[in-house]
Design a protein around this ligand. Structure first.
Ligand SMILES: [Ca+2]
Ligand SMILES: [Ca+2]
Length: 341
Protein backbone atom coordinates (compact mmCIF):
# COMPACT_ATOMS: atom_id res chain seq x y z
CA UNK A 1 0.00 0.00 0.00
CA UNK A 2 1.47 3.29 -1.01
CA UNK A 3 -1.35 5.69 -0.24
CA UNK A 4 -0.17 8.49 1.99
CA UNK A 5 -3.20 10.44 3.19
CA UNK A 6 -1.74 13.57 4.73
CA UNK A 7 -4.87 14.37 6.65
CA UNK A 8 -4.80 11.08 8.53
CA UNK A 9 -1.05 10.88 8.94
CA UNK A 10 -0.14 9.80 12.46
CA UNK A 11 3.47 8.76 11.99
CA UNK A 12 6.47 10.99 12.08
CA UNK A 13 8.94 8.39 10.90
CA UNK A 14 10.73 9.58 7.80
CA UNK A 15 11.11 5.99 6.68
CA UNK A 16 7.40 5.39 6.86
CA UNK A 17 6.66 8.59 5.06
CA UNK A 18 9.07 7.90 2.26
CA UNK A 19 7.91 4.33 1.94
CA UNK A 20 4.48 5.68 1.26
CA UNK A 21 5.58 8.06 -1.43
CA UNK A 22 6.42 5.60 -4.16
CA UNK A 23 3.80 6.02 -6.79
CA UNK A 24 5.13 3.13 -8.79
CA UNK A 25 5.04 0.27 -6.35
CA UNK A 26 5.49 -3.34 -7.19
CA UNK A 27 6.85 -4.96 -4.05
CA UNK A 28 4.41 -7.23 -2.36
CA UNK A 29 2.19 -7.30 -5.41
CA UNK A 30 0.83 -10.47 -6.91
CA UNK A 31 2.62 -12.07 -9.80
CA UNK A 32 3.39 -9.70 -12.63
CA UNK A 33 0.56 -9.42 -15.14
CA UNK A 34 0.89 -11.13 -18.48
CA UNK A 35 1.40 -8.11 -20.71
CA UNK A 36 2.95 -7.50 -24.08
CA UNK A 37 6.10 -5.42 -24.58
CA UNK A 38 6.76 -3.83 -27.98
CA UNK A 39 10.09 -3.46 -29.77
CA UNK A 40 12.66 -0.69 -29.19
CA UNK A 41 13.34 2.39 -31.34
CA UNK A 42 14.20 6.09 -31.21
CA UNK A 43 11.54 8.65 -30.29
CA UNK A 44 11.04 12.12 -31.80
CA UNK A 45 9.32 14.96 -29.96
CA UNK A 46 6.46 17.33 -30.83
CA UNK A 47 7.48 20.92 -31.53
CA UNK A 48 4.14 22.26 -30.31
CA UNK A 49 1.40 20.42 -28.39
CA UNK A 50 -1.71 19.94 -30.56
CA UNK A 51 -5.09 21.38 -29.58
CA UNK A 52 -7.36 19.47 -27.19
CA UNK A 53 -9.02 16.45 -28.79
CA UNK A 54 -12.76 15.82 -28.70
CA UNK A 55 -13.61 12.26 -27.78
CA UNK A 56 -17.14 11.08 -28.54
CA UNK A 57 -17.55 9.01 -25.38
CA UNK A 58 -19.16 5.62 -25.26
CA UNK A 59 -19.29 2.33 -23.44
CA UNK A 60 -16.10 0.37 -22.93
CA UNK A 61 -14.60 -2.38 -20.80
CA UNK A 62 -12.89 -0.82 -17.79
CA UNK A 63 -10.44 -2.44 -15.38
CA UNK A 64 -9.02 -5.91 -15.65
CA UNK A 65 -9.36 -9.23 -13.89
CA UNK A 66 -6.03 -10.40 -15.30
CA UNK A 67 -3.53 -8.05 -13.64
CA UNK A 68 -3.15 -6.50 -10.19
CA UNK A 69 -6.08 -7.04 -7.83
CA UNK A 70 -6.98 -3.36 -7.55
CA UNK A 71 -7.73 -3.19 -11.28
CA UNK A 72 -10.77 -5.44 -11.00
CA UNK A 73 -13.50 -6.11 -11.39
CA UNK A 74 -13.54 -5.86 -15.15
CA UNK A 75 -16.80 -4.20 -16.08
CA UNK A 76 -18.68 -2.05 -18.54
CA UNK A 77 -18.35 1.73 -18.10
CA UNK A 78 -19.89 4.61 -20.03
CA UNK A 79 -18.58 8.13 -20.42
CA UNK A 80 -20.04 11.09 -22.28
CA UNK A 81 -18.25 13.21 -24.85
CA UNK A 82 -15.41 15.43 -23.63
CA UNK A 83 -12.29 17.23 -24.81
CA UNK A 84 -8.89 16.22 -23.48
CA UNK A 85 -5.41 17.68 -23.61
CA UNK A 86 -3.30 15.55 -25.95
CA UNK A 87 -0.29 15.97 -23.64
CA UNK A 88 0.43 16.20 -19.93
CA UNK A 89 0.35 19.72 -18.44
CA UNK A 90 3.84 21.16 -18.88
CA UNK A 91 6.01 23.40 -16.74
CA UNK A 92 5.61 26.03 -19.45
CA UNK A 93 1.81 25.98 -19.16
CA UNK A 94 1.86 26.03 -15.37
CA UNK A 95 4.31 28.92 -15.37
CA UNK A 96 1.77 30.95 -17.36
CA UNK A 97 -0.79 30.27 -14.62
CA UNK A 98 1.64 31.32 -11.89
CA UNK A 99 2.61 34.41 -13.85
CA UNK A 100 -1.03 35.42 -14.21
CA UNK A 101 -2.19 34.65 -10.67
CA UNK A 102 0.82 34.61 -8.35
CA UNK A 103 -0.17 31.14 -7.22
CA UNK A 104 2.15 29.42 -4.74
CA UNK A 105 2.09 25.61 -4.73
CA UNK A 106 1.72 23.45 -1.64
CA UNK A 107 5.36 22.31 -1.89
CA UNK A 108 6.48 25.94 -1.64
CA UNK A 109 4.35 26.85 1.38
CA UNK A 110 5.29 26.59 5.06
CA UNK A 111 4.59 23.14 6.51
CA UNK A 112 1.87 22.88 9.14
CA UNK A 113 3.23 20.50 11.83
CA UNK A 114 -0.35 19.55 12.68
CA UNK A 115 -0.57 17.31 9.62
CA UNK A 116 1.83 14.86 11.24
CA UNK A 117 -0.34 14.28 14.29
CA UNK A 118 2.75 13.93 16.46
CA UNK A 119 4.74 16.15 18.84
CA UNK A 120 6.70 18.59 16.74
CA UNK A 121 9.97 17.64 18.44
CA UNK A 122 9.61 14.09 17.10
CA UNK A 123 9.29 15.19 13.49
CA UNK A 124 12.51 15.13 11.43
CA UNK A 125 13.61 18.73 10.89
CA UNK A 126 13.66 18.44 7.11
CA UNK A 127 10.03 17.35 7.06
CA UNK A 128 9.07 20.69 8.59
CA UNK A 129 10.58 22.57 5.67
CA UNK A 130 8.73 23.12 2.39
CA UNK A 131 9.71 20.49 -0.14
CA UNK A 132 8.67 17.42 -2.04
CA UNK A 133 9.49 13.77 -2.69
CA UNK A 134 12.29 13.17 -5.17
CA UNK A 135 13.31 9.88 -6.74
CA UNK A 136 16.96 9.27 -5.88
CA UNK A 137 18.65 6.16 -7.31
CA UNK A 138 20.18 4.14 -4.45
CA UNK A 139 23.93 3.77 -4.12
CA UNK A 140 23.75 0.10 -3.25
CA UNK A 141 21.26 -2.74 -3.22
CA UNK A 142 17.95 -1.23 -2.08
CA UNK A 143 16.01 -2.59 0.87
CA UNK A 144 12.76 -0.87 -0.06
CA UNK A 145 11.10 2.27 -1.37
CA UNK A 146 12.61 4.45 1.36
CA UNK A 147 15.97 3.82 -0.31
CA UNK A 148 14.94 5.52 -3.53
CA UNK A 149 12.57 8.22 -2.32
CA UNK A 150 13.88 11.27 -0.48
CA UNK A 151 11.99 14.18 0.99
CA UNK A 152 14.03 17.08 -0.36
CA UNK A 153 13.57 20.51 1.26
CA UNK A 154 13.28 23.12 -1.45
CA UNK A 155 12.14 20.68 -4.13
CA UNK A 156 9.14 21.97 -6.04
CA UNK A 157 7.91 22.30 -9.60
CA UNK A 158 10.42 25.09 -10.10
CA UNK A 159 13.33 23.01 -8.76
CA UNK A 160 12.36 19.38 -9.41
CA UNK A 161 15.53 17.96 -7.83
CA UNK A 162 15.82 20.55 -5.06
CA UNK A 163 18.13 23.54 -4.67
CA UNK A 164 21.11 23.34 -6.99
CA UNK A 165 19.55 20.56 -9.05
CA UNK A 166 18.62 22.70 -12.00
CA UNK A 167 15.43 24.41 -13.10
CA UNK A 168 12.34 22.75 -14.47
CA UNK A 169 12.44 22.02 -18.20
CA UNK A 170 9.60 24.01 -19.83
CA UNK A 171 8.53 21.20 -22.17
CA UNK A 172 8.44 18.49 -19.53
CA UNK A 173 5.33 17.54 -17.56
CA UNK A 174 4.96 19.47 -14.34
CA UNK A 175 5.41 17.37 -11.19
CA UNK A 176 5.61 18.00 -7.44
CA UNK A 177 2.03 19.31 -7.31
CA UNK A 178 -0.59 18.48 -4.70
CA UNK A 179 -4.14 17.83 -5.85
CA UNK A 180 -5.16 21.33 -4.73
CA UNK A 181 -2.52 22.84 -7.03
CA UNK A 182 -3.79 20.87 -10.00
CA UNK A 183 -7.36 21.93 -9.29
CA UNK A 184 -6.37 25.57 -9.03
CA UNK A 185 -4.70 25.36 -12.43
CA UNK A 186 -7.71 23.55 -13.89
CA UNK A 187 -10.07 26.23 -12.64
CA UNK A 188 -7.92 28.96 -14.17
CA UNK A 189 -7.69 27.07 -17.45
CA UNK A 190 -11.42 26.30 -17.64
CA UNK A 191 -10.95 22.54 -17.44
CA UNK A 192 -11.07 19.85 -14.82
CA UNK A 193 -9.36 16.62 -13.86
CA UNK A 194 -10.67 13.56 -15.71
CA UNK A 195 -12.58 10.91 -13.84
CA UNK A 196 -10.80 7.59 -13.78
CA UNK A 197 -13.32 6.25 -16.31
CA UNK A 198 -12.71 9.16 -18.68
CA UNK A 199 -8.97 8.75 -18.36
CA UNK A 200 -9.05 5.01 -18.99
CA UNK A 201 -11.43 5.38 -21.93
CA UNK A 202 -9.04 7.92 -23.44
CA UNK A 203 -5.97 5.78 -22.77
CA UNK A 204 -7.47 2.59 -24.16
CA UNK A 205 -8.49 4.38 -27.36
CA UNK A 206 -10.60 1.44 -28.39
CA UNK A 207 -8.38 -1.35 -27.08
CA UNK A 208 -10.48 -4.12 -25.54
CA UNK A 209 -7.68 -5.34 -23.27
CA UNK A 210 -6.09 -2.47 -21.34
CA UNK A 211 -3.18 -4.77 -20.62
CA UNK A 212 -0.77 -3.67 -23.32
CA UNK A 213 2.43 -2.53 -21.69
CA UNK A 214 4.36 -0.55 -24.29
CA UNK A 215 8.00 -0.95 -25.16
CA UNK A 216 10.56 1.84 -25.51
CA UNK A 217 9.16 3.29 -28.74
CA UNK A 218 5.73 3.71 -27.23
CA UNK A 219 6.24 5.26 -23.83
CA UNK A 220 8.80 6.65 -21.42
CA UNK A 221 9.25 3.91 -18.86
CA UNK A 222 12.27 2.20 -17.25
CA UNK A 223 14.31 -0.39 -19.09
CA UNK A 224 16.60 -2.51 -16.97
CA UNK A 225 16.37 -3.69 -13.39
CA UNK A 226 14.68 -1.00 -11.27
CA UNK A 227 15.97 0.90 -9.34
CA UNK A 228 19.62 0.00 -9.96
CA UNK A 229 20.09 -0.19 -13.74
CA UNK A 230 18.42 2.42 -15.95
CA UNK A 231 19.35 1.42 -19.50
CA UNK A 232 17.55 4.42 -21.07
CA UNK A 233 16.67 2.45 -24.19
CA UNK A 234 13.81 4.89 -24.73
CA UNK A 235 16.24 7.82 -24.68
CA UNK A 236 15.27 9.26 -21.30
CA UNK A 237 16.58 8.49 -17.83
CA UNK A 238 13.92 10.64 -16.19
CA UNK A 239 10.98 12.67 -17.46
CA UNK A 240 10.81 13.35 -21.19
CA UNK A 241 9.37 16.44 -22.83
CA UNK A 242 5.70 15.79 -23.57
CA UNK A 243 4.91 14.28 -26.95
CA UNK A 244 8.16 12.40 -27.61
CA UNK A 245 6.47 9.05 -28.05
CA UNK A 246 3.88 7.73 -30.45
CA UNK A 247 0.32 8.94 -29.87
CA UNK A 248 -2.42 6.41 -29.20
CA UNK A 249 -5.31 5.80 -31.58
CA UNK A 250 -7.11 8.88 -30.21
CA UNK A 251 -4.09 11.11 -30.90
CA UNK A 252 -3.10 11.36 -27.22
CA UNK A 253 0.53 11.32 -26.12
CA UNK A 254 2.11 9.83 -22.99
CA UNK A 255 -1.17 8.57 -21.56
CA UNK A 256 0.97 5.65 -20.54
CA UNK A 257 4.39 6.43 -19.09
CA UNK A 258 6.36 9.64 -18.49
CA UNK A 259 4.39 11.08 -15.53
CA UNK A 260 1.57 9.34 -13.67
CA UNK A 261 -1.64 11.34 -14.10
CA UNK A 262 -3.98 12.37 -11.30
CA UNK A 263 -7.72 11.81 -11.66
CA UNK A 264 -10.78 13.14 -9.83
CA UNK A 265 -11.51 9.76 -8.26
CA UNK A 266 -10.71 9.23 -4.58
CA UNK A 267 -8.59 6.17 -3.83
CA UNK A 268 -9.71 3.85 -1.07
CA UNK A 269 -7.24 1.89 1.04
CA UNK A 270 -7.56 -1.63 -0.28
CA UNK A 271 -8.15 -0.42 -3.79
CA UNK A 272 -11.92 -0.73 -4.00
CA UNK A 273 -13.49 1.71 -6.39
CA UNK A 274 -15.18 4.84 -5.06
CA UNK A 275 -17.53 7.19 -6.87
CA UNK A 276 -15.85 9.91 -8.89
CA UNK A 277 -15.81 13.33 -7.34
CA UNK A 278 -16.70 15.27 -10.45
CA UNK A 279 -17.34 18.34 -8.32
CA UNK A 280 -13.92 18.24 -6.71
CA UNK A 281 -12.65 21.79 -6.65
CA UNK A 282 -9.77 23.92 -5.54
CA UNK A 283 -11.80 25.03 -2.52
CA UNK A 284 -10.07 22.35 -0.50
CA UNK A 285 -12.57 21.20 2.07
CA UNK A 286 -13.98 18.38 -0.03
CA UNK A 287 -10.66 17.07 -1.29
CA UNK A 288 -10.03 13.34 -0.81
CA UNK A 289 -6.99 12.27 1.21
CA UNK A 290 -5.82 10.15 -1.71
CA UNK A 291 -6.76 10.00 -5.37
CA UNK A 292 -6.39 7.52 -8.20
CA UNK A 293 -3.44 8.01 -10.51
CA UNK A 294 -3.20 6.34 -13.89
CA UNK A 295 -0.74 5.37 -16.59
CA UNK A 296 2.50 4.67 -14.76
CA UNK A 297 5.68 6.70 -15.09
CA UNK A 298 9.31 6.72 -16.16
CA UNK A 299 9.96 4.67 -13.04
CA UNK A 300 7.83 1.71 -14.12
CA UNK A 301 9.92 -1.29 -15.16
CA UNK A 302 9.29 -4.87 -16.18
CA UNK A 303 10.58 -6.03 -12.78
CA UNK A 304 8.77 -3.42 -10.74
CA UNK A 305 5.39 -1.73 -11.15
CA UNK A 306 4.03 -3.16 -14.39
CA UNK A 307 1.49 -0.40 -14.31
CA UNK A 308 2.29 1.50 -17.48
CA UNK A 309 -0.99 0.30 -18.89
CA UNK A 310 -4.45 1.78 -19.41
CA UNK A 311 -6.21 -0.45 -16.89
CA UNK A 312 -3.65 -0.02 -14.11
CA UNK A 313 -4.34 2.26 -11.18
CA UNK A 314 -2.73 3.32 -7.96
CA UNK A 315 -3.39 5.63 -5.03
CA UNK A 316 -1.52 8.86 -4.49
CA UNK A 317 -1.49 11.16 -1.50
CA UNK A 318 -3.50 14.20 -2.46
CA UNK A 319 -1.71 16.49 -0.04
CA UNK A 320 1.75 16.51 -1.54
CA UNK A 321 3.51 15.94 -4.82
CA UNK A 322 6.23 13.64 -6.06
CA UNK A 323 8.71 13.73 -8.90
CA UNK A 324 6.79 11.26 -11.03
CA UNK A 325 3.18 12.43 -10.74
CA UNK A 326 1.58 14.98 -13.07
CA UNK A 327 -1.82 15.47 -14.71
CA UNK A 328 -3.70 16.56 -17.80
CA UNK A 329 -7.01 18.34 -18.17
CA UNK A 330 -10.33 17.50 -19.76
CA UNK A 331 -13.06 19.95 -20.79
CA UNK A 332 -16.84 19.76 -21.01
CA UNK A 333 -16.95 22.11 -23.99
CA UNK A 334 -14.55 23.00 -26.75
CA UNK A 335 -11.75 24.97 -25.08
CA UNK A 336 -10.90 26.59 -28.41
CA UNK A 337 -14.43 28.01 -28.62
CA UNK A 338 -14.26 29.20 -25.01
CA UNK A 339 -10.97 30.96 -25.67
CA UNK A 340 -12.43 32.70 -28.73
CA UNK A 341 -15.24 34.32 -26.74
CA1 LIG B 1 12.96 6.09 -19.71
CA1 LIG C 1 1.52 10.02 -18.52
Amino acid sequence: MVVFPAMVLKKSSLVLILAALAACSGQGDPDSPDVAVAAAGAPSCLAEPPAPVRLPGGTFTMGSDNAYAEEGPERSATVGAFWIDPVEVTNRSFAQFVEATGYVTVAERPVDPAIFGAPVETIPADMLKPGSAVFTPPDGPPRGEADWWSYVPGASWKAPFGPGGGEAEPAQPIVHLALADMLAYAEWKGGRLPTEAEWEYAARAGSPSGLEQPGPTKANSWQGVFPMANLEEDGFAGLAPVGCFEANAFGLYDMVGNAWEMTADPYAPGGERLPSVSSVSAGGNALPAAAVIKGGSYLCAPNYCMRYRAAARQGQDAGMGASNVGFRLVYDSDPAASAAK
